[in-house]
Design a protein around this ligand. Structure first.
Ligand code: AHR
Length: 633
């Protein structure tokens, strides 16, 4: 191949914000993940209205020390902590005479338990009240599932029958992967508890209500140009209807106002991805994280037209008007003076300076183009009238092409929308075959925000295909202004979607091969494209027959001791492939491939939509020689 580079010609500028991240609470990315809170269901708000398997005591179990007894009930009555945090734990205590007797509850954290590290300190807090005039003593311990203590116990005397916050620090004297937090109460009477919380002190930047440090640092290491949040499907779904359960008059959709202010006043809500979100990581924390990692904040607000499998649009003009007003208030929350109504909420949370919001997206992956666009225009008109400096981003639905996509693009173009969000998850060879996708995009039309993309797996081959594709994004940096891989985070025990950029469990985290590609591009972003030409594109226009044939027969697991050699004699693979090979996109045509033992194998010889992936090894798809031994029997 010959690559000709012409440094005298000036290509498009590449903006510093070109490569960013998209942070959605999917795969337990926030609660149980980036949000460092160790207590699950800390405010006892879970229930079957959110998920069939939930009860108000999800993640909690009763504990009796010594001869103490009692009952633990979650109630929603006039004694509640506040109107959004309605349910609380009521402990009716029957006392006990033995030393150390107490009755209460233990929280087992997320998945396998709280990961506790010897020497680390943990901040405990609880809101409590007691009907006992002399007060009630609480004992707080960290222990394993088998009851082995992990820290010296802490005691706090609850006084008075009004809600008061009690705090303390537990320092771990041993490490364990299955830690839990136990709170017991001594004596008789009734003690009420809510917002039982435990945070490691070692959070990202040491912030209170902070983020898990290893995960936040992994994201920071990407030096993201922007942070898109909070979704995704998380944003739109349910926004057409009010929540129906009694006493729960809020909507099911993500409402940014429910996610700011004191954490004990934030709602708990169901999450599109099948679990509950505490909103502890809310809009303030998203903005602050964006600022901490030097990223432009890019919130997405619901357009009141759902996508993600729920194709409905609101027919309620009042609801639409309120969401539009909420969005105007959001801009004020981010950018308004510290004495403005919403700017003051930001200031009270510790950030009097504005967050510098410049871009905002309306909606995510709507399947109803006309309904979505009508709402989009109403949002845009209101935002531009009050905040003309804000770029309002439209979108193009859930795929890289098709009728909805085309119609949405037409509508965006006709309305002279500044920037359009595109999303696609495709096979690796799609990315290789579509490197030129943006070469022909109209430079006079909207810019592109590639808000979500990934090739469908987490292997090296996928990362390589993405890297190749990103050269095409960068070459078109005058029209593709922003791009983010998705999803960003996945807990190995709570995965709803794969592939993902960063994987983690309660203890550790690691980047996928795609993560390394994102990091490579994002931390080496050039100022300007240098125009170049290649005589051919490796692996595309060339000879792909070998790989196609190999993928087809090897997955049948009929052969072992396979050796794959390139045309110039280099050995690319040897393996017994006892588990067979993986491939993307089954062959669509038929051809004949000769093996060394004389067997003939049917194989695709016409399509480039195939890829050979040998375990976690190399991607090979051109100019191959293959020898193999037929399995006996
Ligand atoms: O990134 C995962 C999901 O993919 C997003 O929530 C949604 O926008 C898309 O369908």
């Amino acid at each position: 191949y010959t690559i000709t580079v012409d440094p005298r010609r000036a290509g498009p500028e590449i903006s510093d914000t070109m490569y960013g991240v998209f942070l959605e609470d999917i795969n337990f990315a926030a609660d149980g993940g980036l949000y460092a809170e160790l207590v699950r269901n800390r405010s006892f708000e879970f229930g079957p209205r959110d998920h069939a398997s939930y009860t108000p005591l999800t993640a909690w179990s009763e504990v009796a020390r010594g001869d103490a007894t009692g009952s633990a009930t979650v109630v929603d009555d006039a004694a509640r902590l506040n109107e959004t945090n309605r349910q609380y734990l009521r402990l009716d205590l029957a006392g006990g005479t033995e030393p150390g007797a107490g009755y209460g509850v233990r929280n087992a954290g997320f998945f396998t338990g709280m990961e506790i590290t010897e020497g680390d300190s943990y901040d405990f807090s609880v809101w409590a009240r007691t009907d006992q005039p002399q007060g009630t003593e609480l004992t707080v311990t960290l222990d394993t599932a088998a009851g082995t203590p992990l820290a010296a116990e802490l005691t706090r005397a609850v006084r008075g029958d009004t809600w008061t916050k009690y705090t303390g620090t537990l320092t771990a004297t041993a490490s364990a992967p299955d830690g839990g937090l136990t709170v017991t109460a001594a004596g008789g009477g009734t003690v009420r508890l809510d917002m039982v919380s435990l945070f490691p002190q070692d959070t990202f930047r040491g912030r209170e209500n902070g983020l898990r440090r290893d995960l936040a640092e992994r994201i920071a290491a990407l030096e993201p140009g922007f942070l898109r949040f909070p979704g995704g499907c998380l944003v739109n779904t349910g926004s057409h209807e009010a929540y129906q359960a009694p006493n729960w008059p809020r909507e099911r959709s993500y409402q940014w106002k429910e996610t700011v202010g004191p954490v004990e006043e934030r709602a708990v809500n169901h999450n599109f991805w099948g679990y509950n979100q505490s909103y502890g990581l809310g809009y303030f924390e998203y903005f602050q994280f964006a600022e901490d990692v030097g990223a432009m904040p890019l919130p997405v607000v619901p357009a009141l037209v759902t996508g993600c499998g729920e194709n409905r649009a609101t027919d309620d003009p009042e609801l639409l008007a309120r969401h539009i007003q909420d969005t105007l208030d959001l801009v004020e929350f981010a950018n308004g003076p510290a004495d403005s109504p919403w700017g003051s909420v930001r200031a009270e949370m510790g950030h009097p300076e504005p967050f510098g919001l410049t871009h905002l997206a309306v909606g995510n992956e709507e399947n109803l183009p006309e309904e979505y666009f009508e709402n989009f225009l109403a949002f845009r008109a209101a935002i531009e009238a009050e905040y003309p400096e804000i770029t309002v981003i439209g979108n193009s639905g859930p795929s890289a092409g098709g009728t909805t996509f085309d119609r949405l693009w037409d509508l965006n173009r006709e309305a002279d929308v500044a920037m359009v969000d595109e999303h696609y998850y495709m096979a690796p060879n799609w990315f290789l075959s579509n490197n030129e996708r943006y070469d022909s995009y109209d430079r006079a039309g909207p810019d592109v925000f590639l808000g979500e993309y990934a090739s469908r797996d987490n292997r090296f081959a996928n990362a390589l295909a993405e890297a190749a594709y990103m050269t095409g994004l960068e070459r078109n940096a005058d029209v593709v202004r922003l791009a983010s891989y998705a999803p960003l985070l996945a807990h190995t025990q709570g995965t709803q979607w794969r592939p993902d950029l960063i994987w983690f469990d309660n203890d550790a985290s690691w980047g996928s091969a795609s993560y390394e590609v994102q990091r490579l591009f994002a931390t080496n972003t050039g100022d300007r494209v240098v125009p170049s030409r290649a005589t051919t594109t490796p692996g595309l226009g060339g000879d792909v027959d070998g790989a196609v044939g190999l993928a087809t027969w090897a997955t049948s697991a009929a052969y072992d001791d396979v050796t794959v050699t390139s045309a110039d004699g280099e050995t690319l693979l040897t393996d017994d492939f006892s588990g067979g090979l993986d491939q993307w996109s089954p062959s669509t045509g038929a051809g004949t491939w000769s093996l060394a033992d004389g067997a003939l194998v049917q194989a695709d010889t016409t399509s480039t939509d195939n890829m050979l992936v040998a375990g976690d090894r190399d991607w090979v798809n051109y100019d191959l020689e293959v020898t193999a031994t037929k399995r006996s029997g």
